[in-house]
Ligand binder design. Sequence first.
Ligand SMILES: Cc1c2[nH]c(c1CCC(=O)O)Cc1[nH]c(c(CCC(=O)O)c1C)Cc1[nH]c(c(CCC(=O)O)c1C)Cc1[nH]c(c(C)c1CCC(=O)O)C2
Length: 388
Amino acid sequence: MGTTMTGTQRESERKPSERKVLRVLEGDAVGPPPAWMMRQAGRYLPEYRATRAEAGSFLDLCYSPDFAVEVTLQPIRRFGFDAAILFSDILVIPHALGQDVRFVEGEGPRLDPLDGRAAYGRLREAGDPAVMTHLAPVFETVTRLRAELPGETTLLGFCGAPWTVASYMIGGRGTPDLAPARALAEGDTALVDALIDRLVTVQTDYLVRQLEAGADAVQIFESHAGTLPRALPASGGPVEPVGDVAESALPDAPAADALTRWSLRPIARMVAGVRARVPGAKIIVFARGSGLDGHARVVPETGADAVGVDWGVDLKALRAAVPPTMVTQGNLHPETLIEGGAALDAAVDTVLAATAGLPHIFNLGHGITPQTPVAHVERMLARLRGQG
Ligand SMILES: Cc1c2[nH]c(c1CCC(=O)O)Cc1[nH]c(c(CCC(=O)O)c1C)Cc1[nH]c(c(CCC(=O)O)c1C)Cc1[nH]c(c(C)c1CCC(=O)O)C2
């Protein structure tokens, strides 16, 4: 197991390669695979609920380094996960761009819908210094976390993928099929291009700043890949461009499918943009709802280091369809974690069997939900680590 530390060597001086999640992202197959969970800091933990109550609103929690550091560390202390993920939310970006964002108790996020060109025109420009000033507490949280975390724990920063963030900005909320975003995407395609382009620029900067502040790697959450409109209109919708859409944002061929145009290509631009400023930056892309084919396309078409696999994909079939060097993460169904018992043991074993000898990071296929018993997380980790 891990390297023994001498009393005089500070934890923070450990070599990054001792961080197992980073090692897998560099291509090593580590057995048993290192583990973390999406939404690992959250309402299923009593200590999270206590800090959340103390902080007041959810956004106050995100923008207060004291509270955000505390809740990020809670699941590390309790379970010894191999990675900590910065506590924040993908919607701090629309907030930083000047859109009104609220988290309504029991209902989730609410934004003032960006329903057309007038609302788009009221957003801050990508280069407005006020955007990064707004996000400064997030960078402070990252720096403090890297100093406080155990040396062997990988620190992950994150942001949402442009389409996922845009779909919340347009619809104002997470409707099941994100119908407003689809409608706009099928009508004013130029406006969607412009919004995606602005998000690419701002969020590339945002990820670079997180990496510079101390994050070891970052994850891009494309949670709504499955809601992209199936086909783009052949014509129709305004044709005049909105603002300065970068040349590279425009599809080469009008026939570019929506997954390519609004998900894979914008993410590829972010990956390249981050690496241009942070050479060798490690990047995971979670592509929920894109199917086995979509998942298989993520690494080759975006240049990411790893693909986060949702629970709907057959992990064994995906692994058989992609090169053995491809790094995968995730896949365990969050409902199986709620169920627990023998079903959970079997699900852990299935992931281990599908990824034996291959570079894989153990995780869920989507975020852990508030009703999950803490004991089931303990059981999952014991099984994974060969102790149960
Ligand atoms: C789509 C999305 C959002 N936020 C996020 C995504 C992408 C991942 C996914 O698909 O789940 C990402 C996210 N949100 C949160 C994190 C923190 C890090 C972690 O522990 O994973 C991360 C990485 C905290 C959070 N973000 C939110 C909570 C719960 C809010 C609370 O404590 O009251 C947490 C812990 C709120 C949030 N934020 C969002 C929604 C839809 C909700 C409401 C759902 C809910 O209430 O569970 C937007």
